[in-house]
Design a protein around this ligand. Structure first.
Ligand code: ZN
Length: 172
């Protein structure tokens, strides 16, 4: 029982190896089980191994992950998205065809809102449905701005509708 004389893997090592295995499982797109399964399997294994063995396993798994192709950005439908905290506009790059998200940004008193590039947000929007015209109008009512063009709603008809007449056409 030579393993008994070796230094066992540390808790931090085991945890790290577990999370690394989850990353690997994610990148494998489910072929290596779910991230939770991968973590459970990896931590169970690592907790019976020596520090040296787990350290080597970490190095080899890191190399494996680094050699894998970068995950493609998910295809998210162009449109407006509301999350609990923020509002985003998803658009597509003309040059690469990849979709990316911009975050709604407005400062008090500004006549026009802007959209600011939100790196990485596109991943969290995958699978969500873009806003309907009704939701866009509700946004206009609560924010006082047209979600489509960002202009402050001042025309009484637009204020009532929650969106500018031309911009409402985007949904038709
Ligand atoms: Zn508008």
């Amino acid at each position: 029982m030579t393993t008994m004389t070796k230094t066992p893997a540390s808790a931090a090592q085991i945890t790290f190896y577990g999370s690394l295995s989850a990353t690997f499982a994610t990148r494998m797109g489910g072929l290596a089980g779910t991230p939770e399964q991968a973590t459970a399997k990896a931590t169970e294994w690592a907790s019976t191994q020596s520090m040296k063995t787990v350290s080597d396993a970490i190095t080899s798994l890191k190399d494996k992950i680094a050699a894998m192709p970068k995950p493609a950005a998910p295809v998210v439908e162009v449109g407006y998205y509301a999350t609990e905290k923020d509002t985003f506009f998803v658009t597509q790059s003309k040059s690469t065809g990849k979709s990316y998200a911009k975050k709604w940004a407005v400062k008090y008193g500004m006549k026009k809102a802007t959209w600011v590039y939100a790196p990485g947000v596109i991943y969290s929007l995958a699978g969500q449905t873009p806003m309907t015209l009704e939701q866009a109008k509700a946004f206009g009512h609560s924010h006082g701005y047209c979600i489509r063009c960002g202009a402050q709603l001042t025309d009484p008809k637009s204020v009532e509708a929650g969106i500018g007449p031309v911009c409402a056409g985007y949904w038709s």
